[in-house]
Design a binder for this molecule. Structure first.
Ligand SMILES: Cc1cc2nc3c(=O)[nH]c(=O)nc-3n(C[C@H](O)[C@H](O)[C@H](O)COP(=O)(O)OP(=O)(O)OC[C@H]3O[C@@H](n4cnc5c(N)ncnc54)[C@H](O)[C@@H]3O)c2cc1C
Length: 230
């Protein structure tokens, strides 16, 4: 899929690359990236699935998107997944994956219809102490100093953030803000996580900032249990 010139190129199907029948693809790691690459190789490069090999060092496939089958305690997964409109590769892939439950629909159709009919919106964005509303009034509540800390992080060179934690670059004043409450609860960040990860996430999650106060703008796959999705 290519959007370099409007959508002129986006929906044209690639021709079968020369010699693809003789090629093998070796992908290191059994996470989403390799699984998606394999699916694109099958769909776009028309490579036979038997020529694609995924090497995974862990016992459990799936990488960060793992799911553990433990019927004795229930299904276990480290986190749910929120998506948004600009997951260009994922949506492109999902339009080619048939729905398991809806005849003649793709997984993308299923996602779209569900989120169209029941858009994600939280009337009470955060609760504290097991049930008390955090009453954030839809505000980021970033002080000038806290906003400057965030801007400084945004403009810091990646190399200067190697081996640093969020705690090394942001202060308690920042942690008092609703912005951090929203950010932390939406993207599963902790203060001991990588400062570089936080910096790199800022522009990439920018499209979601306007909806942080109500978890607007995300698409969720509520149709399936978290364990079964993606
Ligand atoms: C709790 C949590 C919540 C998240 N929430 C969201 C969300 O809401 N929305 C969202 O978009 N993203 C979310 N993410 C991020 C998303 O899940 C990851 O970005 C994505 O799954 C990463 O896929 P990947 O294939 O790039 O890497 P990984 O999933 O990390 O896969 C890499 C794989 O490579 C294997 N590997 C590494 N080195 C070798 C080697 N030398 N040989 C063989 N195998 C090797 C690893 O064992 C691993 O299985 C979340 C992540 C977590 C952990």
């Amino acid at each position: 899929m290519n959007y370099t010139n409007g959508n002129y190129e986006a929906f044209a199907r690639p021709r079968k690359p020369k010699g693809v029948e003789e090629k093998q693809a070796w992908l290191v790691g059994g996470g989403l990236a390799s699984l998606a690459a394999a699916a694109f190789l099958v769909r776009d490069a028309q490579m036979d699935g038997s020529r694609i090999h995924i090497l995974e060092e862990a016992e459990l496939p799936g990488g960060a998107c793992d799911g553990l089958l433990r019927p004795d305690i229930g299904f276990v997964i480290r986190g749910g997944r929120e998506m948004e409109n600009h997951y260009e590769c994922l949506w492109d892939l999902f339009r080619s994956v048939p729905s398991l439950e809806v005849p003649d629909a793709s997984v993308l159709d299923e996602f779209y219809w569900l989120n169209h009919d029941d858009p994600n919106y939280s009337m009470n964005r955060a609760i504290l102490e097991r049930g008390k509303s955090a009453d954030t009034k839809n505000r980021f509540d970033l002080s000038d100093d806290a906003a400057m800390e965030l801007m400084k992080l945004f403009f810091t060179l990646d190399e200067a953030l190697y081996n640093k934690t969020i705690d090394d670059v942001l202060s308690d004043e920042f942690y008092q803000s609703n912005f951090w409450l929203y950010w932390q609860t939406m993207f599963a960040f902790e203060t001991w996580h990588s400062a570089l990860e936080m910096k790199l996430s800022l522009p990439y999650k920018m499209a979601l900032h306007a909806g942080l106060d109500a978890v607007r703008g995300t698409t969720l796959e509520e149709l399936l249990a978290q364990y079964d999705l993606i």
